[in-house]
Design a protein around this ligand. Sequence first.
Ligand code: COS
Length: 379
Amino acid sequence: MIRDPDLLDALTDTVRRFVRERLLPAEARVEDENAIPPEIIDEMRALGLFGMSIPEEFGGLGLTMEEEVTVALELGYASPAFRSVIGTNNGIGSQGIIVDGTPAQKAYWLPKMARGDVIGSFALTEPDVGSDAASVRTTAALDGDGYILNGTKRYITNAPVADVFTVMARTGGEGPAGVTAFLVPATSPGLSLGAIDKKMGQRGTRTCDVIFDNCRVPADAVIGGIEGQGFKTAMKVLNRGRLHIAAVCAGAAQRLCDESVAFARDRVQFGKPIGEHQLVQAMLADSATETFAGRSMVMEAARRFDRGDRIIQQAASAKLFCSEMVGRVADRAVQIHGGAGYMQDYAVEHFYRDVRLFRLYEGTSQIQQIIIAREMMNG
Ligand code: COS
């Protein structure tokens, strides 16, 4: 749903200009330094990007899903690490509070997150728990007027800079019904961080372990105040997150198409630009077609989300298709660039590594297939 097309156009234009004028020129520096320049983070704050999907009443832009994916398509055009800075505040780091938080939790955390003063992070994955999210082993034992958390969370995006974690921990028996979601400030006694992970790509985005060693939180840290709802909260958060990631993939695919066309126009072999050779044209055409398909899927799923339809299947389909699609597009982009595509002088080299993550996080492609098939079988 687009509430005001002119306003959305203005926002999209602003973000597009920001991406072209500020982010693209900083990509090489981010690769070299493995960090996002602080002035860029400040500019993102000023643009309101930390609170895109946080409701207006809490100081965010309150974008609908269709509006959010429109902006995410633009942000996806730059190195994924830039989007990741604001990704958790708009997605998995804040959505648990938005969808299931108590009024007090919303009033306390959301305005700070919307301003970018507080960075939220989502701690579900563990050393022994990834796809089987209902099996989390981190425990939260009731103790007087609070809970004691013990366990380790792994590969947690933005953990090194996070101020508050949405933590999935076991309060009851086995399975999904035993999982509760907690809001745990990074300063909580007993919470510590592991070493920064050395990743394949997405340099500039930091992940690490989050370790709970008798970490005490008050009873009002339970999201929504109800035990046993954490798994469902996580699933709802991921439904929205997967659509957002699909949009980022389609945005990255567009960038890879544009880089490929620019190179194919410039590079001359056999007496003409390689873009005039049919075998290169076939790769360009396949990439453009798949990018268009991905973009169309994302927009349609987002419209249905805003209508209030059940979009579990469509969000999973969009995530599955777009993350796999951008992998193929990145592969073709490197192929079109030839030897140059293997060199760090060209953006396609790091995009090739960066986009690999999209098939893994917020549910692997195989998990999306399982979700899609289950929705189909359950009618
Ligand atoms: N949206 C809303 N509710 C959902 C849901 C969704 N996408 N998926 C499951 N639920 C609900 C179910 O309806 C069920 O509710 P009831 O108890 O009221 O019936 C409850 O949650 C338990 O669901 P289910 O029995 O399907 O749990 P499973 O353990 O079988 O879940 C999947 C399996 C694959 C869906 C889940 O483990 C999953 O999504 N794994 C991937 C996790 C992931 O993305 N990890 C990445 C880390 S986060 S970056």
